[in-house]
Design a protein around this ligand. Structure first.
Ligand SMILES: Cc1cc2nc3c(=O)[nH]c(=O)nc-3n(C[C@H](O)[C@H](O)[C@H](O)COP(=O)(O)OP(=O)(O)OC[C@H]3O[C@@H](n4cnc5c(N)ncnc54)[C@H](O)[C@@H]3O)c2cc1C
Length: 292
């Protein structure tokens, strides 16, 4: 078992201290999700910190593998369905995220957070909702989706457009039926098919043409590779959805998580603090969707 270097760190009860120093959390469950993607359920070791710990879908933690480093990772479910656990889905791409593959149940990691803004689940009540995501963007939106499902009557039509590179990269496959049963129109696509796949092939934003959108009452929430989100924004604007109803979660290389270090600055914003979730009207001057 990897043990925390200093157990007393968990003694900090203050919120600010917790954002600067990691709280320690035990890995209680590991679920392989798709090729190279794993979900980790974490239990905060300090009961006081666990008691006071809450987050909103779209927010993220800085997860720390002792001796390796920290990475920004979204909570991949919402508070109400998490049963006291903090759940993260991680794609293993580099130093920190690959170090997670060597961890096992019972190991301990550091956690700072929650950080950032969340999906606007209250502001979009009464509207039709299009959740448009690709790749590792789905975990950030999965909590929002569960919150919408729990309060399903508060929303109109709900469409999930989810694209992955190949069928093997599709995450949370066991949950799609539950989502459909909750009256979510689940529309999957892959960039490249295989022998098992008889669904749609092509990049996800192409499939905006397959359903009707009423621009007066539709909100879009999008997370995934930036090029994908640019196309989603483009398709949404082309359908006259107002930019203040288009929400995106931006990904930048983050360090402090609190707007001190400046690593994630975009124009006047620190993505870690003012984002990662923004309505597009705030970003229009900084992200030109017509440039591609
Ligand atoms: C708000 C937010 C939420 C995120 N949520 C998740 C999530 O739920 N699951 C998940 O798997 N990943 C998520 N990420 C991405 C994750 O933070 C990076 O993949 C991770 O930091 C890579 O760290 P590493 O040490 O494994 O890779 P490194 O060894 O640091 O880098 C590997 C490569 O990725 C690049 N890179 C590193 N970090 C980022 C970054 N943040 N954006 C773009 N390129 C980067 C490096 O320049 C390098 O080319 C999120 C990022 C942000 C900002």
């Amino acid at each position: 078992m990897i043990a925390p270097m200093n157990d007393t760190l968990n003694g900090f009860a203050g919120y600010t201290d917790r954002l600067l120093l990691p709280a320690w959390a035990e890995i209680v469950k590991i679920t392989p999700e798709a090729e190279n993607v794993t979900t980790y359920a974490l239990k905060l070791l300090d009961p006081d910190i666990q008691q006071g710990y809450s987050w909103r879908p779209g927010q993220f933690n800085m997860l720390y593998v002792p001796g390796v480093g920290e990475s920004a990772i979204s909570m991949s479910t919402d508070v109400e369905s998490s049963e006291g656990l903090v759940i993260h889905t991680i794609r293993h791409v580099g130093n920190v995220t690959k170090a997670f593959t060597h961890l096992k149940k019972g190991d301990v990691v550091g956690l700072r957070g929650p950080f950032g803004t969340s999906w606007p689940l209250d502001a979009i009540k009464g509207m039709d909702v299009v959740i448009a995501c690709g790749g590792i963007g789905l975990p950030s939106l999965r909590g929002a989706l569960y919150s919408i499902i729990r309060h399903r009557a508060d929303y109109g039509k709900v469409v999930l457009l989810y694209g992955a590179r190949t069928p093997k990269d599709l995450m949370y496959q066991a949950e799609y039926e539950t989502w459909k049963m909750a009256d979510v129109d689940v529309q999957l696509s892959v960039d490249r098919g295989d022998d098992t796949w008889d669904g749609r092939i092509g990049v996800m934003p192409m499939f905006f043409y397959h359903f009707r959108i009423d621009p007066r009452k539709t909100a879009i929430m999008s997370c995934g590779p930036e090029i994908m989100m640019r196309f989603v924004i483009y398709e949404a604007l082309a359908r006259r959805i107002p930019s203040e109803h288009i929400y995106v979660s931006l990904e930048r290389n983050m360090k402090c998580g609190q707007g001190f270090c400046g690593h994630c600055q975009l124009g006047p914003y620190f993505i870690c603090k003012d984002g990662p979730v923004f309505s597009f009207d705030r970003l229009e001057s900084f992200i030109n969707v017509e440039e591609f």
